[in-house]
Design a binder for this molecule. Structure first.
Ligand code: MRU
Length: 357
């Protein structure tokens, strides 16, 4: 399986997703500014992957801070953490990763700065390693919702390219395939950046998983004709009331799914759940440059010069449209998601084990 990001020889190696599927090439980052560039220009994208990139970016930044006192060191690193968080505001994973590194520093304030810097590298690597396991666990929980012969619609890319491991939504698909179920994936092309057309199809085909690409506006018609059995998407930020922010167009898919009685699942690592926000209305939504809409991948203009554009990168699907949210702790009703905040308690009394269809 393809690796979206790696820590290698004290550098960060990022697979340049802007060039896929035509070219498989990598960017080596030796300073945090380059990492921020990769996050904002979508060389690396997908909520868990940019969380990992932010943690590794902070680890790089820490090595370059020459302050000799703890206070000066943390102040500089905290400011860089803010820069990271602002680089893409919707995915909570960046914030989550920055908090995790800052908490580690706080807890180990008695150690020497040289030792602390090594510890930060280890923590960033641990975030990647943990994500690989979390992806697999989401896949195992989610596979019970998939039947042999299912045709599964997915939107955007919640795959290995968007995470450290086998993806979130695609982890469920991969686990179902590994169980011997015959699956057909239907990939929405996902205008305007075409994560579905360029990335999801590519990574699934690399793994010999059968996939059919459709224009975004085809999904409703296929659902109406009974040609989609379920939908699975990822999330950039899921909040206390079970509302889910994900790639623009996800909400439309969810409404169409409800209208056509097609179950709609969200695969969400705990790192994408923001217990600090109570409603989807309060999720910060990123708007991006109009050029992504007026051109195909920046190179071919498809709209008149000077046209007004809105390029809203994410939307929010209300909890009422979601059949279950699949996390590494199990699958839950979106209405129960807030109950996961207490991580100490095993959530078995409100876990959903399968879904009647
Ligand atoms: O703009 P992108 O490509 O970063 O958007 C990514 C998505 O919307 C994914 O579905 C989401 O991050 C979940 S990835 C497991």
């Amino acid at each position: 399986m393809v690796k979206s990001i790696e820590w290698k020889n004290d550098r960060i190696r990022i697979l340049d997703q802007r060039k896929l599927p035509l070219d498989v090439s990598y960017i080596d980052c030796d300073n945090y500014k380059k990492v921020i560039d990769c996050i904002t220009n979508l060389s690396i994208r997908g909520a868990p992957a940019i969380g990992i990139a932010a943690a590794m970016g902070l680890a790089l930044a820490a090595q370059d801070i020459h302050s000799s006192d703890y206070g000066g060191f943390t102040k500089q690193l905290r400011n860089i953490g803010v820069e990271m968080t602002e680089s893409r505001p919707t995915a909570v994973n960046i914030e989550w990763a920055v908090k995790r590194i800052m908490t580690l520093i706080e807890k180990n304030r008695d150690l020497s700065l040289d030792f602390l810097k090594k510890l930060i590298i280890k923590e960033a690597q641990a975030i990647l390693e943990e994500d690989i396991v979390i992806n697999r666990t989401i896949g195992e929980w989610g596979a019970s919702f998939v039947k042999d012969g299912d045709r599964i619609l997915t939107h955007c890319n919640a795959g290995s390219l968007a995470t450290g491991g086998c993806g979130t939504a695609t982890a469920v698909i991969r686990a179902a395939v590994a169980q011997g179920k015959k699956i057909e994936v239907i990939a929405d092309e996902t205008r305007p950046v075409l994560q579905g057309a360029r990335l999801t199809t590519w990574e699934l085909m690399e793994d010999n998983i059968s996939v059919t690409l459709i224009p975004d506006n085809t999904a409703g018609f296929l659902m109406k004709r009974g040609e989609i059995d379920l939908c699975i998407v990822g999330t950039d930020r899921t909040v206390r009331n079970g509302d889910v922010a994900n790639k623009i167009g996800t909400y439309s898919v969810a409404v169409l799914a409800k209208e056509n009685n097609v179950p709609f699942y969200v695969a969400a690592p705990m790192s994408s759940i923001d217990f600090g926000i109570s409603s989807g209305d309060d999720i910060p939504i990123e708007e991006r440059a109009g050029e992504e809409v007026t051109t195909i991948c920046g190179s071919y203009r498809i709209a008149p010069e000077g046209v007004k554009v809105r390029n809203i990168a994410f939307d929010v699907t209300p909890a009422a449209y979601i059949s279950a949210i699949i996390t590494e702790k199990g699958a839950f009703s979106p209405l129960d998601i807030h109950r996961l905040e207490d991580c100490e308690r095993e959530p078995e009394n409100f876990r959903i084990s399968s879904y009647e269809r």
